[in-house]
Design a protein around this ligand. Structure first.
Ligand code: COS
Length: 388
């Protein structure tokens, strides 16, 4: 069976309808031919270029609800996952650009007022607004409820002071969805705000360089004044808004991991069939076959967990916290194992700059950390399992 046919077989799984199949096949053809700046040394320019191209080709419409230019009446998690899987197979930059249009605007789409949705979402869908999700702080990554950026209300205006870090799209975003403390300590004292990049007192600080570069940095808020109409949801609902937004997007992180892992397996399968060792192809070695079997099974198990979580959300489950956590945890860890096995089977070539598997090995690592580290996913799964 050819690789293309195997992929089509996955699309016949009961999680998908014809719209999903058409979307995934169209995107697969488009990305294979896309001629877009894709240079990790020019991460900002590459991300902007991918947003423009994905927007121009109508794919960003998957990131917003139908009323505001979206593909389907509400955000369809299976479409987001298919998109991330397909894009990540070809380019981590393309996947990153797509993913951030969704995560960055997700809180507005899910909880924003009609005015906020009208103002931002159509431009997110056509690529003219680049959004960012500004939650993490130096002392509040996994423990979000302890964040200390403050928003103090006087009449109809909030004044925001504080600092965020590890913010994707820092410096290139037009819209920052910012979580700040408006009340008591702990999760019930947080609120969310939509803040334009041009607002006085807002600035982008240090850029953070990582092993798989993308726009990432710190944000400073120095007496930033925001009208109450820019608040997303009610005061005190910020923690739930952040968590519920992450519930929707966490399985898509698993889907990106799946795309990287599929690419690593395809690269490895081609390599072991042609690379000769001890007078025979590397693929003839039983230890190679054991590695290939592990990679293939990890990939299928990841896909099943990811599309189960996405299907459950799309079919009206109020919360998919447990399913999304399982999908993200398993798929990102499995992709780490898969890319590591790929590097091992490539030998010296596997750690050489410029090799696809070397890039995949770097690309996949951060996924076990961001949007809820593997340890947080395990905590969430255990909690939910013990509660029932
Ligand atoms: N959807 C809706 N509401 C949620 C929710 C979700 N997924 N998760 C929690 N809540 C609600 C709870 O129901 C609870 O509300 P009530 O008191 O009204 O019942 C409230 O929020 C507090 O929840 P909880 O007590 O579980 O909060 P904790 O501080 O114990 O949460 C974890 C701990 C670790 C689960 C949480 O902080 C977390 O997920 N952290 C990781 C965050 C993350 O992904 N960081 C990366 C930033 S983005 S790169």
């Amino acid at each position: 069976m050819t690789k293309a046919l195997m992929r089509q077989r996955d699309l016949t799984w009961p999680f998908f309808d014809d719209e999903h199949r058409t979307f995934a096949e169209r995107l697969r053809e488009w990305i294979a031919r896309a001629d877009v700046l894709d240079d990790e040394r020019r991460a900002d320019a590459s991300s902007r270029a991918w947003v423009r191209s994905l927007g121009g080709a109508d794919y960003l419409r998957a990131c917003v609800p139908g009323e505001f230019g979206g593909l389907r009446p509400s955000i369809d998690v299976r479409t987001l996952c298919l998109a991330r899987e397909t894009l990540a197979y070809h380019s981590s930059m393309a996947d990153f650009a797509f993913a951030m249009q969704g995560l960055g605007s997700g809180a507005v789409a899910l909880f924003g007022s009609a005015d906020l949705k009208k103002r931002y979402l159509p431009m997110v869908a056509n690529g003219r607004c680049v959004p960012a999700f500004a939650l993490s702080e130096r002392e509040a990554g996994s423990d979000v409820a302890s964040l200390s950026t403050r928003a103090v209300r006087k009449d109809d205006t909030y004044t925001i002071d504080g600092e965020k870090t590890w913010i994707s799209n820092a410096g290139i975003a037009d819209l920052y969805v910012v979580f700040a403390r408006t009340g008591e300590s702990g999760p019930k004292g947080l609120s969310a705000f939509a803040i334009d990049a041009s607002v006085p007192g807002f600035s982008v600080g240090k850029r953070i360089e990582t092993i798989s570069p993308h726009p990432l940095g710190t944000l400073h808020f120095d007496r930033v004044r925001v009208p109450a109409s820019q608040r997303i949801g009610n005061e005190g609902e910020g923690f739930k808004i952040a968590m519920a937004t992450l519930d929707v997007f966490r399985s898509t992180v698993g889907a990106a991991a799946l795309g990287f892992a599929r690419r690593a397996l395809d690269e490895t399968a081609a390599h072991v069939k042609t690379r000769e060792v001890f007078g025979a192809p590397l693929a003839a070695q039983q230890l190679t076959q054991a590695a290939i079997a592990s990679m293939a099974t990890d990939i299928d198990a990841s896909a099943l967990l990811i599309y189960r979580a996405a299907w459950a959300k799309d079919n009206g489950a109020e919360r998919v916290t447990r399913e999304a956590a399982m999908a993200k945890w398993f798929a990102t860890e499995a992709a780490g194992r898969t890319c590591d096995r790929a590097v091992q089977l490539f030998g010296g070539r596997g750690v050489t700059h410029g090799e696809t598997v070397e890039r995949l090995y770097r690309d996949v690592r951060a996924l076990r950390i961001y949007e809820g580290a593997s340890e947080i996913q395990q905590l969430v799964i255990a909690r939910q399992t013990l509660e029932t």
